[in-house]
Design a protein around this ligand. Structure first.
Ligand code: NAP
Length: 295
């Protein structure tokens, strides 16, 4: 049987975890799919997307810098992709391209089973594409308030306007630098949606927020997954907070993409193992681009 093609597109893309993680899943289930990293420059995106329609493709993951640029090149968007304004997974069927955002499901699946955030406050640090997916995930969980802090506050305000029209009871607000620590102490969940703490970057040893600002028993969720246990997560745990590694989200967003493409349950444990192994094989020098590691 001819092998179908799949992969991850980005620029740069050399050190992506996705090929190891997804190929392990396809091989584990004996599916005839070859998944590889495709380096696609911004000026090549349109012709690459047109090529996906030509047959033989199952789909692709999409990473920096194409997550927003690919939107107008697709035939339809899932409600999540439309709400977030970014696509991280394209599914190909009958020459048509459907855009999805599995970061939303991946983020939610990363929360420990049984987590109940109803009536609480959450703080999101960062206001980029990942933060948008996290806000969309969190508005579904019955929180009373979601605060967003960003070093450039105008971007946080723009992010919240995107969700302001949602018919939800949750309050959305921008958190100012002078109130950050006190606000965090009142939160049941703090999520780092910046690359701060990523190995091999200028801010590798830094923390998105001082760990002493976290309340004991609250969740500290770091979207950074290299290393899987960041200095912030270690410090948060020492303060009595409950750490959640970005590796969990990484694997679950990949598993959600796998399900979209194949209609099969993803072998999550196999994907975890493969992602861990791939990450351990990267050395510090291999990480660049401001800490945004292509998936
Ligand atoms: P993005 O759209 O480029 O946004 C980056 C955000 O981080 C912006 O809010 C930016 O602030 C802030 N930031 C960047 N450098 C900073 C610094 N040195 N200090 C403070 N803030 C800084 O990127 P993204 O797609 O949202 O991704 C953000 C992070 O999440 C990346 O590390 C990415 O690898 C990770 N991620 C992980 C997963 C997963 O599955 N675990 C999924 C998606 C993303 P300004 O607006 O002020 O520039």
């Amino acid at each position: 049987m001819a092998r179908l093609k799949a992969g991850v597109i980005g620029y740069p893309i050399k050190h992506s975890v996705s090929p190891a993680m997804q190929q392990a899943a396809f091989d584990h289930l004996g599916l005839p799919v070859e998944y590889r990293a495709w380096e696609v420059r911004p000026e090549e995106l349109e012709s690459f997307a047109a090529g996906l329609r030509g047959g033989g493709w199952l789909g692709v993951n999409v990473t920096i810098p194409h997550k927003e640029a690919i939107l107008p090149l697709l035939d339809r968007l899932s409600p999540e992709a439309a709400a977030v304004g970014a696509v991280n997974t394209v599914a190909v069927a009958d020459g048509k391209l459907a855009g999805h955002n599995t970061d939303v499901a991946g983020f939610l699946a990363g929360l420990p089973p049984g987590t109940d955030l109803r009536g609480g406050r959450a703080l999101i640090i960062g206001a980029g594409g990942a933060a948008a997916a996290v806000v969309l995930g969190l508005v579904q969980l019955g929180l009373a308030e979601i605060g967003v802090f960003n070093r450039h506050p105008d971007r946080a305000a723009r992010l919240l306007t995107r969700f302001a029209g949602q018919d939800r009871a949750v309050r959305l607000r921008v958190v100012r630098p002078d109130e950050l620590c006190a606000y965090a102490r009142d939160c049941i969940l703090v999520v780092n949606c910046t690359p701060v703490g990523t190995v091999g970057t200028a801010f590798a040893g830094q923390m998105p927020i001082p760990p002493e600002c976290l309340a004991a028993g609250s969740f500290a969720y770091d979207l950074v997954y290299n290393p899987p246990e960041t200095p912030w997560l270690r410090a948060a745990q020492n303060r009595g907070a409950r750490p959640v590694s970005g590796l969990t989200m990484l694997v679950h967003q990949g598993a959600a993409a796998f399900r979209l493409w194949t209609g099969r349950e993803a072998p999550v444990d196999v994907m975890f193992e493969a992602a861990r192994r791939a990450l351990s094989e990267f050395d510090d020098a291999s990480v660049s681009d401001g800490g945004r590691i292509p998936r």
